[in-house]
Design a protein around this ligand. Structure first.
Ligand code: ADP
Ligand code: MG
Length: 359
């Protein structure tokens, strides 16, 4: 039995909008789960149903095997961190951290010990006397995280907690939150629209689109084994390249080059004749020049972006476009023709109609 079970959860808002459809997921104790997807796909709605802040329209939510649909937020033993830090502006860091324990009537000396321990974990020891307005964004967010972990609840819910931080702070807080999770081990559900946050922090990722789960898996599974075009394009930066084409004599065209699908599909190729196929490959999954066991294709270099650790090369071939990630020392010249190779094993094919991966 999993610690948290979400069985066929639906959310239909009072105005009739169906925000979450048939959401099924089992979460083990101590797991770090990330819900990821574009704005409006239903991440917060699902999280709020788990928190008890939003009524579950249908389906069952179980904690430790017991139905929890009707429990209030307190009875569910959840702590939540929001995008807006929601600190008490007139209270010091110490009092902000202590507040929930004070409300519970915990002894002063126990509170002091827990505040000091939490502050130490979060690097806030020197700031306990400060008011929130005298802290940086990153420090405020740490206080917000501290307020949640000090309660020692079993379930830790975070809704885009890093969105208000600048890029550098986000990277730092990302690893800090992962570190804290390692230390305290609370079951965590973390919501973000940022695929890098999802990939770097999660034990398992739930990719959502328009209220539906697209795929659930480890970062490795989602990157190497995406279930459909949406997941394949959402995970990875720059995103996977997609080339659409109607299968003719077992091939599709990539500009002037021909992609012989039988190299990938074998005997199944015939069944796709006349149908639309989406050919996918990641920018980093190519090599420059020709090679064996690979599709060798050509293109014109339109633009290059030297980023230091690699160069993004934008190429065009007929009306097809793609981005390649290459070693900066191999950065090709713009307006020149190049050849590159995509090993068969790095190619993903998707059904043009359903957009599901073809295995
Ligand atoms: P996310 O957190 O993924 O950005 P939300 O869960 O906030 O998405 O919202 C999912 C969808 O539900 C959106 O289309 C949003 O406009 C809609 N929605 C959110 N809250 C309400 C509400 N109270 N009433 C009606 N629709 C809502
Ligand atoms: Mg949201």
């Amino acid at each position: 039995m999993a610690y948290l079970e979400l069985k066929g959860l639906n959310k239909i808002y009072p105005n009739g909008f169906h925000a979450v459809h048939d959401f099924n997921l089992e979460i083990e104790k101590g797991e770090f789960i990330v819900f990821v997807g574009s704005s409006g796909c239903g991440k917060s709605t699902t999280l709020r149903m788990i928190a008890g802040l939003e009524e579950i329209s249908s389906g069952d939510f179980l904690i430790n095997g017991k139905r929890a649909n009707e429990l209030g937020p307190r009875q569910r033993e959840v702590a939540m961190v929001f995008q807006s830090y929601a600190l008490y502006p007139q209270m010091t860091v110490y009092d902000n951290l202590a507040f929930s324990l004070t409300l519970q009537g915990v002894d002063e000396d126990v509170i002091e010990e827990r505040v000091k321990k939490t502050a130490a974990i979060l690097g806030l020891t020197d700031y306990l006397d400060r008011l929130p307005r005298a802290l940086s964004g990153g420090q405020r967010q740490r206080v917000a995280v501290g307020r949640a972990i000090i309660r020692k609840v079993g379930i830790f819910l975070m809704d885009e907690p890093l969105s208000n931080l600048d890029a550098k702070q986000r990277v730092t807080m990302r690893s800090e939150i992962t570190q804290i999770h390692k230390e305290i081990g609370s079951t965590t559900i973390y919501v973000t629209h940022d695929q890098t946050e999802a990939m770097t922090m999660a034990d398992r990722i739930v990719v959502m689109k328009a209220g539906y789960i697209q795929q659930v898996g480890t970062p490795y599974e989602l990157y190497f084994d995406p279930a459909n075009v949406f997941v394949a394009g959402f995970i990875g930066e720059p995103p996977m390249n997609f080339v659409r084409g109607v299968v003719t004599d077992g091939c599709i065209s990539f500009g002037e080059d021909t992609i012989d699908l039988s190299k990938k599909l074998g005997e199944k190729t015939a069944s796709y004749e006349g149908k639309e196929i989406i050919f996918g490959f990641r920018p980093e999954a190519i090599t420059l020049g020709e090679s064996d066991d690979a599709y060798n294709v050509g293109g014109m270099v339109e633009l290059t972006e030297m980023l230091g650790d690699n160069t993004n090369v934008y190429i065009s071939s007929g009306n097809k476009r793609a981005i390649l990630k290459v070693d900066p020392h191999d950065t090709p010249e713009t307006d020149k023709a190049i050849v590159f190779s995509i090993p068969y094993k790095n190619v993903y094919l998707f059904d043009g109609e359903t957009e599901e991966v073809i295995k």
